[in-house]
Design a protein around this ligand. Structure first.
Ligand SMILES: [Fe+2]
Length: 380
């Protein structure tokens, strides 16, 4: 077999925490206050709820409620709501809601750290909860007792009918996936950029009991990006339900929604294209998490990802460490779009100068970040 001549056609090596290379710093894990059981829903502020509903319907979500002030959308799974938007002046991410086991967890958060009790009726689908604010100003709801509506019909995966070389499963039959939006089954994860990676990582692990599945580190060995999964013990959990990426601003990066299989992903892309929505990136396969992905922009330019075929791990799976570089982002598919990287404009320069003056970013760290994201693609 022909070998790549320049020796860089590769995926990055992942080191288990028990065998870290010299100089790579493990991500310290605090003792958690509670262990979240699921990522329940995300909260946004949006100036045009009708436009959001239109996009999300084509994206494969179902409307639960739309009033002049509030939009609730669900997937086909047994969750009352996976997306909640309130009408407001700006398009922005407000925060996330995670479920916990019960009232005991909520009471502990109230007494130990002064979590604020949510008013009655605040949670779609009912139940009770408390609110916290993370160090970047995003809200975090911890909730329990939400009603679980009956799941909506979802077509069966086509995998059992897939013909592979040497494995014929479909004879005298055809493949005709329906032309329809990629029905979203569930909310998978949310990704945030933060200036204070170490502080935010500690805060979210402490308040949700998250386990770092894969940690990416800069050339000086310091962690700068982490994919966190829920601690569900022996029950497999998605490779990540929450991701933090160190950067130069506090920012919602994207949220991701699981669809049933690759044909749903592809057919969903056709529907979104046909209805004039803005495509961003895909279809491709990620390296860390392994998902097949397709990224879209909502009417305000906020990113929403369809995915399928992601990795799952139980709590005993060891944390792995991977150098931070572009090759860790995707295994195949089109190049990462320029919009996903750091903009080289005056606004970015102003942000950097402000962070340097505030002492929240050092020149050395800025150089490390720049070097990580400008490394060549794995197949060049
Ligand atoms: Fe994602």
């Amino acid at each position: 077999m022909k070998q790549p001549s320049n020796g860089v056609l590769r995926t990055p090596h992942a080191y288990p925490q028990s065998a870290l290379p010299p100089g790579v710093q493990p991500l310290a894990r605090p003792v958690p206050l509670v262990k979240a059981q699921s990522l329940a829903f995300l909260m946004f502020e949006k100036p045009d709820l009708a436009a959001c509903e239109n996009f999300l319907t084509d994206f494969g979500l179902q409307t639960v409620e739309r009033t002049a002030e509030r939009l609730l959308m669900r997937g086909s799974g047994p969750q009352a709501c996976i997306y909640m938007a309130r009408r407001g002046r700006r398009a922005r991410y407000l925060g996330a809601a995670f479920s916990v086991a019960g009232e005991a967890e909520l009471a502990l958060l109230e007494t130990r750290i002064g979590a604020r009790r949510l008013p009655a009726g605040a949670i779609p689908g009912g139940g009770s909860g408390v609110e916290l604010t993370d160090p970047a100003g995003n809200v975090l709801w911890l909730i329990c007792g939400q009603r679980a509506p009956a799941p909506l019909p979802l077509r069966a995966p086509l995998l059992a009918d897939t013909n592979c070389y040497g494995q014929l499963r479909r004879v005298n039959r055809t493949v005709r996936p329906p032309m329809e939006p990629a029905a979203v089954a569930k909310l998978g994860h949310v990704v945030l950029q933060t200036v204070d990676f170490a502080g935010m990582a500690d805060w979210y692990m402490r308040h949700l009991g998250l386990i770092p599945t894969d940690v990416q580190y800069l050339a000086d060995g310091s962690p700068n990006l982490a994919f966190f999964r829920l601690d569900l013990g022996d029950t497999p959990a998605d490779h990540h339900s929450f991701v933090l990426a160190g950067g130069i601003e506090e920012k919602y990066e994207h949220s991701a929604y699981e669809v049933v299989d690759l044909d749903a992903l592809g057919q969903g892309q056709n529907v979104l294209r046909a209805n004039g929505h803005r495509h961003m990136w895909g279809i491709g396969r990620h390296v860390l998490g392994s998902q097949l992905f397709d990224y879209w922009c909502d009417p305000d330019g906020m990113e929403f990802e369809h995915y399928t075929d992601g990795d799952v791990f139980t709590a005993s799976h060891e944390t792995h460490y991977v150098p931070l570089e572009l090759s860790g982002i995707w295994a195949w598919g089109h190049d990462v779009p320029a919009s996903m990287g750091v903009k080289r404009d005056l606004g970015t320069l102003v942000k950097i100068v402000r962070l340097l003056r505030q002492g929240r970013l050092s020149l050395a760290r800025l150089q490390l970040l720049g070097r990580a994201m400008s490394a060549p693609r794995p197949w060049l």
